[in-house]
Design a binder for this molecule. Structure first.
Ligand code: SAJ
Length: 414
């Protein structure tokens, strides 16, 4: 079986850094490349610039043993794994500029026999584009789309599937979908993933692998939209949605997800748009689900405003700012957007409770708002809005909040 002694990971973020560290922990020399000097310097000191359980120890060990190094400049390697962001542009069309820039960066050091794997979640056809772009950048090499049997390099897509907060476990235990431009490309990539994946590696073509990842996140988005729509229907019909879902889920073939204040994170709220962009006529439910989930924060804001109207001096405690439970990640968080909208509209005193962070992002601090502890918020607020189901909040008993107006977007009080 093909083995790899030197691997390069391009993009040292939430996916690239854990991947680089896990491969290094298997004794393979790994060069991580990033455009951020801060990230590179931090990693080379054996520290991390992102938050993920146990990643600090793994990176420290990998750097100390000399197996992991970070750099701003690419160097030759046997395999290159691209794990850079794929956001969407203002009009919700995919922005592939980070992938293209990563490829342009590594193109000069790519050699015959190298494997290039795209890990970034990407619209269908992106891996083919990589092959075409590289053909232009390196006309001296034969690409797999030009001659499947005589290609000089191997190109595949293996979408990341790890859940933030469980990245190190899932990197190893999850099954992986590996789509090659050709069968040989896929086989070569399987050898790379066998270095650290204990789950099964499932082979397909690149387009199916791209669509599989988008499908997984759209499936979740559509199901969350169903739960969010139910929560709004139940408000209208004066039915407790949490009780309803618990009851309906006792059916052996029903498994309704949990309503919330909206869908956050940088994947589920983005990836479905890539499908909509590729097949706008056909992607009806997927588009509608995105619209429903995007509308949920506004619905919650209106509910809070209606509650505030009942008080002369509304004091509103927002419980939780992160995009989901028990993490400190505030990026693309509906809870944070709701809090900002309350601050901007000046509808009362706003207390922000987020036990997982020590400091508010600057623009919130600028609004004269401050982080408040849970006990303080319970003492001062007349309206409590549960925005994230952090474990600290789940210990609250209905008696603790009996004197308040409670808007529970996560169902912690059932
Ligand atoms: N959410 C709900 N109700 C639910 C489940 C989630 O409102 O029942 C909300 C969360 O609060 C959060 C958002 O959805 O705001 C997304 O959270 P998540 O836990 O569903 O997913 P992510 O974004 O942390 O990670 C997802 C995962 N994809 C799937 O579960 C299909 C992960 O496996 C992917 O690797 C990741 O996206 C990614 O990087 O694409």
């Amino acid at each position: 079986m093909q083995s790899f002694s030197r691997v390069s990971v391009i993009g040292l973020g939430y996916i690239g850094l854990p991947t680089a560290a896990v491969i290094a922990s298997r004794g393979v020399e790994v060069l991580g490349v990033d455009v951020s000097e801060h990230a590179v310097n931090t990693i080379n000191q054996g520290k991390i610039h992102i938050v993920e359980p146990d990643l600090d120890m793994l990176v420290q060990a990998a750097v100390t043993t000399g197996k992991l190094k970070a750099s701003l400049t690419p160097e030759p390697a046997e395999a290159f794994m691209i794990a850079v962001p794929t956001p969407f542009k203002e009009n919700k069309t995919p922005d592939l500029s980070y992938i293209k820039a990563a490829l342009e960066n590594i193109a000069p050091v790519i050699a015959k026999g190298n494997l290039i794997v795209l890990e970034s979640t990407s619209p269908v056809g992106t891996t083919d584009k990589i092959s075409a772009w590289l053909a232009e950048l390196r006309p001296d090499l034969v690409m797999p789309h030009q001659d499947p049997d005589k290609a000089d390099v191997f190109i595949a897509h293996c979408p990341e599937r790890v859940l933030p907060g469980r990245v190190l476990q899932e990197l190893v235990s999850n099954d992986r979908i590996i789509g090659g431009i050709t069968e040989r490309c896929a086989q070569k990539a399987v050898a790379l993933y066998h270095l650290f994946v204990r789950g099964e590696c499932l082979l397909t073509n690149a387009r199916t692998a791209e669509m599989a990842k988008l499908t997984e996140n759209s499936f979740r988005d559509v199901n969350i939209a169903f739960a969010n729509e139910l929560s709004m229907i139940c408000d209208h019909l004066k039915i407790n949605v949490w009780e309803l879902i618990k009851l309906a889920n006792r059916h052996p073939r029903v498994n309704i997800l949990t309503p919330g204040p909206g869908v956050g994170g940088h994947c589920i709220a983005v990836d479905p748009w890539f499908i909509v962009d590729s097949a706008p006529e056909q992607a009806q439910i997927i588009r509608k689900a995105r619209e429903i989930n995007d509308s949920k924060p506004h619905y919650v804001i209106n509910k809070i405003k209606q509650a505030a109207d009942q008080f002369k001096k509304p004091v509103i405690a927002c419980l939780g700012l992160a995009f989901k439970a028990d993490i400190d990640d505030l990026r693309e968080s509906p809870a944070l957007d709701i809090a900002m909208s309350l601050l901007e509209d000046n509808i009362g005193e706003i207390l922000l409770v987020e036990p997982n962070i020590k400091q508010l992002p600057k623009k919130y601090a600028d609004h004269n708002s401050r982080l408040t502890s849970l006990p303080q918020a319970l003492e001062q607020a007349n309206i409590l809005v549960v925005l994230v189901d952090h474990k600290q909040f789940k210990t609250l008993h209905p008696v603790d909040v009996a004197t308040k107006v409670v808007i529970d977007t996560r169902g912690i009080f059932g």
